[in-house]
Write a protein that binds this ligand. Structure first.
Ligand SMILES: [Zn+2]
Length: 122
């Protein structure tokens, strides 16, 4: 459980993105994607949505090879959006998932700066 945010907490549920420079939390992003697309995402289902994610991963691969910085940014955003979409369809809270797995540091060694031996690095 997370404590209830204070009214002035920018990560609180009442806040919303305000312009391109405003921070956006993972929770806000997941909620944004949910608000925009959830009904059609549920209709499409996990399998079809997963195909879209993989297609976007392919587009990211192409942008990493020969895209501009702007093109790469767009593809990173798309991959993250489709990942959030699948999480929404399955009712997975990405913030909870990330906090659970990485919130205390490296899942392998538990350190903030990974101390795992090279062979054991995630
Ligand atoms: Zn580690």
């Amino acid at each position: 459980m997370t404590p209830n945010p204070t009214p002035n907490d920018p990560s609180g549920p009442e806040s919303s993105p305000q312009g391109e420079s405003a921070p956006i939390t993972l929770a806000e992003f997941q909620r944004l994607i949910r608000d925009m697309y959830l009904p059609r995402d549920v209709d499409r289902g996990v399998d079809g949505t997963f195909m879209w994610l993989i297609e976007e991963v392919g587009e990211l691969a192409a942008a990493l090879r020969e895209g501009s910085h702007e093109e790469r940014m767009a593809e990173f955003a798309d991959v993250l959006a489709w990942l959030a979409t699948i999480a929404n369809v399955l009712d997975v809270d990405l913030t909870e998932a990330v906090r659970k797995k990485y919130g205390s540091g490296c899942p392998g060694c538990g350190q903030r700066v990974c101390q795992c031996p090279e062979a054991g690095k995630p």
